[in-house]
Write a protein that binds this ligand. Structure first.
Ligand code: 13P
Ligand code: SF4
Length: 315
């Protein structure tokens, strides 16, 4: 007899069968393994995935991404079952901003409005006024009156980038992403000499000095759109390597070179949290309907408000 942890050989077919049986939708972030992206109903950035989660008719949302993404889906769609293949799939930004410390930080700046990156826990979202993603942050900040002081959390690199872009001074929480801080600028410059036509494209979670060298800066979907629309043929990609799968699908005639990490022997340009999700775990979470994201209703309602503001202000 099958135990709950046994997986069949024809995983892909079985996942499709379960998807139909559960009336489920599979949402995947660009940083997921290519085989997971290939069978997902929708692949997108954090903003697009939240919009899909809010709008879907499916009874079950299978979230191939990290915890804060699945939690946001549950906040937006409380009556749907939200499954995450591995509950340990966290995020260094969310983990580096505990709610109790954030509350104290916020209390030191009582007249500030709090804009928080979606890469945060539900508790931190509940302490915030507006949530943003990398693709919506600039638009949201520009809608606030010039005189309004702002706290931006938890990513200091994205925060600094937005300060430069919008000319707004903001108080920053000093968090960072372990993946986007790993790129080696000297090796990137060497790559540029080897590929003189290659353009450096980067996610705004990268460090300021790297962003200063970039030819284009954008969210994951912004980077994908840019490479498709650009007449350039070669790109050095400074974000998690998973995005290159979609770039190759959309632009098979172009060359995408992953930006090298500091340590050549590691896979540090892979997000260790995103990559916890595997086809096997995807199958098992659908078969067992677990791990499931559950959230206290009071917390959900408090976290919902700033997320709704994000959806309205980024429409
Ligand atoms: P995007 O919203 O650009 O997809 O970014 C999510 C993320 O976690 C980047 O590290
Ligand atoms: Fe978090 Fe960085 Fe992974 Fe994105 S790449 S989920 S910011 S740890």
């Amino acid at each position: 007899m099958n135990t709950n942890q046994e997986v069949p050989a024809n995983l892909e077919q079985e996942i499709y069968k379960l998807k139909k049986h559960l009336n489920a939708v599979i949402l995947a972030h660009y940083y997921q393994f290519p085989e997971i992206q290939d069978l997902a109903d929708f692949v997108g950035d954090s903003l697009e995935l939240s919009r899909k989660a809010a709008a879907t008719d499916a009874k079950v949302i299978v979230f191939a991404g990290v915890h804060f993404m699945a939690e946001t889906a549950k906040i937006l769609s409380p009556h749907k079952q939200v499954l995450l293949p591995d509950l340990e799939a966290g995020c260094s930004l969310a983990e580096g901003c505990p709610a109790d410390a954030f509350k104290l930080f916020k209390e030191q700046h009582p007249d500030h409005i709090v804009i928080t990156y979606i890469n945060s826990s539900a508790e931190v979202k509940a302490l915030s006024d507006i949530i943003c993603t990398s693709s919506s942050a600039e638009k949201i900040i520009r809608q606030l009156p010039e005189s309004q002081p702002i706290i931006f959390a938890p990513d200091r690199n994205l925060g600094k980038y937005l300060m430069k872009k919008t000319g707004r001074d903001m108080v920053l929480w000093q968090g960072s992403c372990i993946v986007h801080e790993t790129f080696n600028e000297r090796k990137i410059l060497e790559l540029k000499t080897q590929h003189p036509g290659a353009k450096l494209i980067a996610h705004p979670e990268c460090e300021e000095s790297l962003l200063a060298e970039a030819d284009f800066i954008g969210s994951t979907s912004g980077l994908l759109k840019h490479v498709c629309e650009s007449s350039d043929k070669e790109f050095i990609v400074a974000t998690e390597v998973g995005i290159i799968h979609q770039m190759q699908i959309h632009c098979p005639d172009k060359l995408f070179i992953p930006a090298p990490p500091n340590d050549a022997s590691c896979s540090c340009n892979e997000c260790p949290y995103m990559k916890l999700n595997t086809m096997e775990k995807l199958y098992l979470c659908m078969k067992n309907r677990s791990p499931e994201i559950l959230i206290n209703e009071n917390l959900r309602q408090r976290a919902l408000l700033p997320i709704q503001r994000m959806l309205e202000m980024s429409a």
